[in-house]
Write a protein that binds this ligand. Structure first.
Ligand code: BEZ
Length: 258
């Protein structure tokens, strides 16, 4: 998913074709969220950070009335081309008011660097008793990849920390934000999930780490990707050349009072 918001991923351009090639697995791995959602036929659901709409389409197939929102116009165009009700909207400035029985979000919240604004908007979008079910990158997510990016950029005299577009909270930190926004939390947990990639790590970096890559001039980007890949190879690539990303998910189910 590509729920990027201004600060988190202003530097990130979402190309639906590149996304499908390097990140088609994202919607596939979001399937457990559908179980957690316990959808009832006819419910109105908001897919927050819907990207090109693969999981949104599954919700529609399961009988929900679904609106998808994403800050990327390119991803929303791709979602609309599937016939979905998809709208360009920042997750940090949701405009809904008591419209939904549930909000679902997969692999998008970690791009939103104003989590309190997001959670207030989600709470406002829900009807009383509404559910919020989501999965995002959690504390320690892509730790090896982040370290390698930091080392490679710092070796070039650049400040990688300020380029970081991601927010990977602990369960404790996110639970207190959920509660401050009026939710009670039914479950929240960190789930380490090493994730096999469909190609080499370079494709992942180009798809998701543009904010870091943009710190160097275009002519130097391939060299930066090679340096990051070589640092990661012993940890994330097996002897047959298969790459695995060191994902750690934060998955939760929360609800508003009736
Ligand atoms: C994730 O889904 O955890 C993720 C995706 C892209 C960048 C960072 C994290």
């Amino acid at each position: 998913m590509a729920g990027n918001d201004q600060e988190g991923a202003a530097a990130q351009h979402w190309d639906p074709q590149r996304y499908n090639k390097n990140a088609g697995f994202v919607a596939e791995l979001g399937a457990p969220l559908l179980d957690l959602l316990q959808l009832r036929a006819g419910e109105r659901v908001l897919d927050l950070g819907c990207g090109e709409g693969a999981l949104t389409a599954r919700l529609v197939d399961a009988g929900a009335e679904v609106v998808g929102v994403d800050a990327s116009p390119d991803q929303i165009a791709a979602a609309r081309a599937r016939g979905l009700d998809a709208r360009v909207m920042s997750g940090e400035a949701l405009t809904f008011d008591g419209d939904f029985d549930a909000v679902l979000s997969n692999a998008a919240l970690h791009w939103m660097l104003k989590p309190d604004a997001v959670l207030q908007g989600v709470a406002r979008a829900l009807k009383p008793g509404g559910r919020f079910v989501a999965e995002m990158g959690g504390h320690g997510n892509v730790g090896a990849i982040l370290d390698a990016l930091m080392v490679a950029l710092e070796a070039r005299g650049l400040d990688a920390r300020s380029a970081n577009p991601w927010y990977f909270p602990t369960p404790e930190a996110y639970q207190s934000k959920l509660e401050a926004a009026g939710f009670s939390v039914d479950s929240i947990a960190l789930i380490p999930r090493p994730t096999p990639l469909p190609g080499a790590i370079g494709g992942w970096l180009e798809t998701f780490a543009e904010a870091f890559l943009k710190q160097v001039p275009p002519a130097e980007r391939d060299g930066l990707i090679d340096a990051v890949a070589e640092r990661l190879r012993p940890q994330l690539c097996d002897s047959e050349g298969n790459w695995t990303a060191d994902y750690v998910r934060l998955r939760f189910a929360a609800r508003l009072a009736d």
